[in-house]
Design a protein around this ligand. Structure first.
Ligand SMILES: Cc1cc2nc3c(=O)[nH]c(=O)nc-3n(C[C@H](O)[C@H](O)[C@H](O)COP(=O)(O)O)c2cc1C
Length: 445
């Protein structure tokens, strides 16, 4: 009898549970005793917009002619209570990213690119910079738990206000800005000491629930003479109830940020394990608005992992009025560009995987406060790249909308979609491709 236990293995077998990355993380934790902090969003594979497909027109549906028939993209935000709602020419806005996490040149470039396309940018933790106000035709001012840089004069200078309850990368968590990025200018804006790590609050200091939020919203309306639309931004965890509570509290716009959403810096364990995917969040948020009879009256902005015009079109079809982008906008500016590969290698990473944004050593000059690195980013050229990218997203979204026979991108609807996986079908509440089956909704194959 042969001894099979002595047969040599020809291919070493790696464990799916203890894969190479997991092993390296265990070793790193053992060597340092420090948890990992990084930027960007969840990197694991999650159900996402890629798991949905548009049906397109056929005999039963009539498509629109690409070059001759209009497909509008305009979005009006803040029609519920604000005296001065804002109009975006495209259904894509730039998400809030703080000065501090980003260089002043990067903030200016975001403003230039967005303004060229008739859309808005958003401040972030740490207040408003002059550069971004000057370069942004439409600027949304974030009102965050930290209150860093919070200034009533800047509130009045903004075109809309976004109350941040949470972010998709870290629902329930606060901000982090490590000492390396706290320069004199950043410190002065936040009234913090230079060079000392800063962790900002995870909840607002003066309210604990929806009743207090209602009072806060009214206070902000009074300060701004009821002119500015007021958004409420939540990280996607319980989007149905959070959306309903934001509406009850008097929000004009609800922003729901899914777990693929980027962050400037958070614990890796948080980014990968807290919150729900954007795909699951958008449908629940839209459902809450529909159940309250407020769909399209209170506008819904969705963010977290939006990369191309198909993602935009899918988010709109599931009920969003607009999307917001963070990470993709940074990539358009030049973040993670292979041009800097030698320098990424020197930092122990590679273009496309660089996420140590908290360290402030970004070769592309975007997630840094280092004057020499920041100077590498030309805000005019980077703004132009962002404008080009936003134009492509819009054209792609319009192409799909026309193919589905829609004369406005808001006429896209769940009926235009099918899912490739049972998970995506259940989350987005659209049928599995080739069937009439929506798991949890219809019982039929
Ligand atoms: C560099 C960076 C800084 C950010 N800073 C803030 C912030 O100050 N306030 C906030 O509400 N969200 C912040 N976010 C989250 C974005 O507003 C947005 O929710 C997220 O980036 C959307 O997901 P995406 O990056 O996949 O497009 C930040 C994100 C990044 C990438």
């Amino acid at each position: 009898m042969s001894d099979l236990s002595k047969t040599p293995r020809t291919v070493p077998r790696a464990s799916a549970t203890f894969d190479e990355y997991t092993l390296s993380e265990i070793r790193r934790a053992a060597a340092t005793g420090i948890y990992d902090i990084r930027g960007a969003g969840a990197k694991r594979k999650l159900p996402h917009f890629d798991d949905l497909l548009f049906l397109g027109a056929s005999i039963s549906r009539y498509p629109l002619e690409g070059y001759r028939e209009k497909c509008s993209t305009e979005v009006v935000l803040g029609t519920r209570f604000a005296k001065k709602p804002i109009t975006l020419k495209i259904p894509i806005t730039i998400a809030g990213m703080s000065f501090g996490s980003l260089s002043a040149n990067a903030k200016e470039a975001l403003g230039r690119g967005a303004s060229a396309m008739g859309t808005s940018t958003t401040t972030g933790d740490g207040g408003m910079t002059q550069e971004e106000r000057q370069s942004s035709q439409i600027l949304v001012y974030q009102y965050l738990p930290s209150r860093y840089g919070m200034n009533p004069d800047d509130l009045r200078k903004a075109d809309a206000i976004e109350i941040v309850v949470g972010q998709g990368a870290k629902p329930g968590g606060g901000g982090m800005l490590l000492g390396q990025k706290i320069t004199e200018r950043v410190a002065a804006m936040r009234t913090l000491p230079v060079g000392i790590d800063q962790r900002s609050a995870c909840r607002h200091p003066d309210w604990t629930g929806p009743d207090d939020l209602e009072i806060k919203i009214e206070e902000l309306r009074e300060i701004t003479d009821w002119e500015k639309p007021i958004y409420v931004k939540v990280g996607a965890a319980r989007p149905y109830y959070d959306t309903a509570l934001a509406v009850k509290s008097g929000a004009d716009v609800v922003v729901v940020d899914g777990m693929q959403g980027g962050t400037a810096a958070t614990q890796e364990v948080f980014i990968e394990n807290v919150g729900i995917p954007t795909l699951a969040a958008v449908r629940q948020a839209a459902q809450a608005l529909q159940d309250l009879g407020m769909h399209r009256k209170v506008q819904l902005i969705v963010s977290g992992g939006i990369r191309n015009g198909a993602d935009v079109a899918k988010a709109l079809a599931l009920g969003a009025d607009a999307v917001a982008i963070g990470t993709a906008a940074l990539v358009a500016l030049g973040d993670n560009d292979p041009h800097w590969e030698a320098e990424y290698q020197a930092l122990g990473t590679t273009a496309g995987a660089y996420d140590d944004w908290h360290e402030g050593r970004d070769p592309a000059g975007i997630t840094t406060q280092d004057p020499a690195l920041s100077a590498r980013l030309d805000p005019v050229a980077a703004g132009r790249r962002l404008a080009n990218y936003l134009a492509v997203l819009t054209l792609e979204c319009q192409t799909i909308a026309r193919a589905c026979g829609k004369s406005h991108v808001h006429n896209l609807e769940p009926e235009d979609l099918v899912a490739l996986t049972i998970e995506a079908a259940a989350m987005a509440r659209v049928p599995l491709a080739g069937t009439d089956w929506i798991p949890g909704v219809t019982g039929r194959f």
